[in-house]
Design a protein around this ligand. Structure first.
Ligand SMILES: Cc1cc2nc3c(=O)[nH]c(=O)nc-3n(C[C@H](O)[C@H](O)[C@H](O)COP(=O)(O)O)c2cc1C
Length: 184
């Protein structure tokens, strides 16, 4: 099984990208996670046609994956523009690579609420693109500075365990959705 990971943060020390790297270590056997960097994706502009190569490549990587795993920061109670921008571009691809695609959403914040509000918005956007998002467990990682070390490594054992269980649930969800005729 192949999962494509997307982080809504571009910064090098991003906790969300670091959580995706931790997920690579915690996946069940036989499952691979590729992390796609959103940095080269331009700002959406309908005047830019044909659709840029970087967006086409992202669409191809999504189409080639069995599931998506999106790690989102919370910016002003919502998802970062970087992530919304990438999803807006993807929604314009005629082959609709996200339609019927199983997905897991989670997020990391430095504050106390662990991206609850951003994830609610992200679920709505994912629905617009036709993704089938894992309903439970929800995974909110709050107070990141206490969970990651100075090298952005997820060191908190309890959080690693929650992430490991979340990934098991996503893999099971992907099998269920695909078996039920989800388009891939
Ligand atoms: C523009 C901006 C807005 C933010 N708004 C929120 C917010 O609404 N809620 C929250 O919990 N954290 C907020 N934060 C703090 C982020 O949780 C924190 O920067 C986090 O580390 C971002 O994720 P990253 O480490 O993956 O880059 C905000 C940060 C920025 C830069």
């Amino acid at each position: 099984m192949k999962i494509l990971g997307i982080s809504g943060s571009l910064r090098k020390g991003s906790y969300n990208t670091a959580a995706l790297r931790a997920a690579q270590e915690l996946l069940p056997q036989g499952v691979m996670l590729e992390i796609f960097d959103l940095a080269p994706i331009p700002l959406y502009n309908e005047d830019i046609r044909p659709i840029p190569e970087t967006v086409q490549v992202l669409g191809e990587r999504i189409a080639a994956s069995d599931a998506l795993l999106i790690a989102t920061p919370e910016y002003n109670y919502s998802i970062p523009g970087v992530l919304k921008n990438a999803l807006d571009w993807i929604s314009q691809l005629s082959n609709e690579p996200c339609a019927g695609k199983p997905a897991g959403v989670f997020g990391v914040s430095v504050g106390r609420f662990g991206t609850v509000r951003a994830q609610l918005h992200l679920r709505e956007v994912c629905a617009a693109l036709g993704m089938i998002v894992l309903p439970r467990p929800e995974l909110y990682i709050a107070q990141a500075e206490q969970k990651f070390d100075s090298h952005a490594r997820l060191t908190d054992e309890e959080t690693r365990e929650r992430l490991r269980k979340f990934l098991i649930a996503l893999v099971e969800w992907t099998r269920q959705v695909s078996g039920a005729g989800g388009r891939r």
